[in-house]
Design a protein around this ligand. Structure first.
Ligand code: DC
Length: 219
């Protein structure tokens, strides 16, 4: 298989994939795809009762992705909807929709269209196993459910959202189970992925590990 200049980062929710992808995109000046946001956008438009075939068009025509230092900003016709997309409510609908074949195939081409000759870092659940099987470098980033719930708690608090820790752990565990046991594109490391368990690692340590891998195997 001909390999393309893509770094995939897969893993369960709140494992730090997004933060790592943003750091890599900035440091190595490559494009970024947060595929979870595409599923969240699907959920956002689905909640507004928009037909699925229309949603794919809206995502391509009306949404802009803006890479900020600390986050990926999502604009819907110039309106910032980032924090709405990050809510647990949207996450639940996104998880439900992500098990549908129709939704996954509508999003497949949109995800592939993020790749340009500039290179891409793509994070999600099936970047290395399905969408970018031909990626040059594959990372699977994980951490214990408690650690991930703690990280999500801080993220949601920073967005000004009310959060309850036990409910967050329960949500994360049930979403993990759904994501990894679904029939289509289950959450699994690709055979050729490097697995990083970040439970006892800081963001800097994870980045430095990934940076070494990139220098050895990507550049
Ligand atoms: O990473 P996230 O929490 O933003 O993802 C939202 C939902 O979308 C989550 O339930 C898993 C799903 N998803 C998926 O099925 N495949 C991807 N590549 C990315 C996300």
């Amino acid at each position: 298989m001909k390999k393309i200049n893509v770094i995939t980062i897969d893993g369960p929710s709140a494992s730090g994939k997004g933060a790592l992808a943003r750091q890599i995109a900035s440091k190595f000046s490559i494009n970024i795809l947060d595929s979870g946001v595409l599923y969240r956008l699907f959920a956002y438009f689905d909640n507004l009762a928009i037909a699925h075939s229309e949603i794919a068009k809206k995502i391509q025509q009306e949404i802009n992705f803006n890479l900020k230092i600390d986050r990926l900003q999502i604009l819907n016709n110039e309106k910032d909807i980032t924090s709405q997309l990050r809510s647990e409510d949207i996450a639940k609908t996104a998880s439900k929709l992500s098990s549908k074949k129709e939704v996954r195939s509508l999003l497949f081409n949109i995800q592939r269209s993020f790749y340009t000759s500039k290179g891409l870092v793509a994070d999600g659940r099936d970047m290395g196993t399905v969408v970018f099987k031909d990626a040059k470098l594959k990372i699977f980033l994980t951490a214990s459910p408690e650690i991930r719930a703690k990280r999500r708690y801080i993220e949601l608090q920073n967005l000004g959202q009310e959060v309850n820790m036990p409910a967050l752990i329960a949500d994360i565990e049930s979403r993990d189970l759904k994501d990894s046991s679904r029939e289509l594109s289950p959450l699994l490391p690709a055979d050729d992925a490097t697995i990083i368990d970040s439970s006892d690692m800081s963001l800097e340590e994870v980045f430095s590990f990934a940076e070494n891998l990139i220098k050895k195997e990507f550049i």
